[in-house]
Design a protein around this ligand. Structure first.
Ligand SMILES: Cc1cc2nc3c(=O)[nH]c(=O)nc-3n(C[C@H](O)[C@H](O)[C@H](O)COP(=O)(O)OP(=O)(O)OC[C@H]3O[C@@H](n4cnc5c(N)ncnc54)[C@H](O)[C@@H]3O)c2cc1C
Length: 376
């Protein structure tokens, strides 16, 4: 996305990707686009398929005590909405746009090493098809995820790390079944959290809370469906559609932030700098917000020699990052059952859920965070 935004203003870049094109185009991850993310894709000229195939949602459901309550997102946020469109579909659209405009993108690169970050022309060494290569550039953008090489290229003493892990994980399945409801359902249940989501009119994405150490073999399809039925069904006879499970994976939960997001001429963006638990659907949206700020700052630098936006990059991004960190932690804490949680904790969660579903002020707070706060 950064490469796309820069290409739109004539700034050249080279994208280095460790995996193959086929791999990144089918890697299932996030699927909820904030209003601002969808608008950014449109502005960058890569929103056409999203507008055709994405599912626009104007509300979501919170479920507890066997009852479902709708949060009318659009009504509470002056018309903003979320778009359900898989992250891998966004990736496909961006790669297609990159290739069609002749932009440089190398897949299956190995051993990426940013070097000379304090020099005016830092270098990036890497291996492509067994051959050692070196790029000289003005800036390095570390958009290489939590396990990438860029954060590690910064001396540990230059970074402050803030972190929290959670004693639960999500088992996610993709099922060939039409969604059982037209909006997302976040369910609080004594057996643990569950989420009903979707990827298309014929594909349902479902999650159940599980233990982080659970192996996938502990979750045969029959057990997954049993838990989903128990956690998602309501007292009014609503049932869940089943279908063949075509993908199954376990995602651990973590909150993580490094500060600052810049070191010399290296700018970290997205998961390379921060991670949220998926409950608030913020991970990909935050990565998009970062590169939007970075693209603007680089554009100002190239077009008018201004360094102030680059200097402000980390502080500008971190304000949004910490809001999303809080929101994601809050949604996670309200909806999951941690080992050792007692009846007192459960009653606090239920009280919070009842408040969010009965107070316009509380519902608006959830809604404006969920659809995404305006960019500053
Ligand atoms: C399994 C999984 C499930 C998720 N589910 C959800 C969800 O349901 N909802 C949600 O909101 N968020 C979810 N997330 C989080 C969300 O997908 C991320 O926040 C988002 O992908 C961040 O984008 P990014 O571009 O910063 O990092 P990434 O999408 O991770 O992109 C980084 C890219 O860099 C490449 N790379 C890594 N290391 C190197 C290297 N050394 N050299 C070159 N390239 C490298 C990677 O292959 C990858 O393509 C999930 C994440 C994972 C891992």
């Amino acid at each position: 996305m950064l490469a796309r935004l820069l290409a739109c203003v004539g700034v050249e870049s080279v994208v280095l990707e460790r995996r193959s094109r086929a791999h990144v185009e089918r890697r299932l991850r996030a699927g909820v686009l904030e209003q601002g993310t969808a608008d950014l894709l449109r502005t960058a000229g890569v929103g056409e398929r999203m507008d055709r195939e994405g599912l626009v949602h104007h509300g979501l459901y919170l479920q507890f005590d066997g009852e479902r309550h709708r949060i009318p997102l659009s009504e509470l946020t002056g018309g903003c909405a979320i778009t359900v469109y898989g992250q891998h579909e966004v990736v496909k659209d961006l790669i297609a746009a990159r290739l069609s405009t002749g932009g440089a993108i190398h897949f299956e690169v190995d051993d990426v090493r940013p070097l000379g970050l304090n020099e005016t022309q830092p270098r990036v060494r890497y291996r492509l098809a067994g051959e050692e290569r070196e790029l000289r550039c003005d800036f390095v953008a570390g958009c290489d995820g939590f396990h990438g090489a860029c954060r590690g290229a910064i001396p540990a003493s230059a970074l402050a790390v803030y972190e929290r892990t959670y004693p639960f994980a999500w088992l996610g399945v993709l099922a060939e079944a039409p969604p059982s409801l037209d909006e997302l359902i976040y369910a609080h249940h004594e057996r643990g959290f569950a989420l009903h989501s979707m990827r298309s009119p014929s594909l349902t994405r479902l999650y159940v809370q599980c233990a982080p150490e659970d192996p996938l073999e502990a979750w045969p399809d029959a057990r997954v469906w049993e838990e989903l039925h128990a956690r998602l069904e309501t007292r009014d006879g609503w049932t869940l559609h089943e279908g063949p499970v075509v993908e199954k994976s376990i995602t651990t939960m973590r909150s993580f932030v490094v500060e600052p997001m810049r070191h010399e001429r290296l700018f970290l963006a997205g998961d390379a700098a921060h991670v949220v638990p998926p409950t608030g659907a913020k991970g990909m949206n935050l990565a998009m917000a970062d590169v939007r700020v970075l693209a603007e700052a680089l554009t100002a630098w190239y077009q008018s020699g201004r360094a102030d936006l680059l200097d402000a990059y980390s502080a500008t991004c971190l304000r949004r990052v910490w809001r999303a960190e809080h929101f994601s932690w809050w949604m996670t804490s309200m909806l999951h059952r941690a080992p050792g949680d007692d009846a007192f904790q459960q009653r606090l969660q239920l009280s919070q859920l009842r408040y969010v579903c009965s107070s316009t002020a509380a519902a608006t707070s959830l809604a404006e965070n969920y659809v995404g706060l305006p960019y500053v």
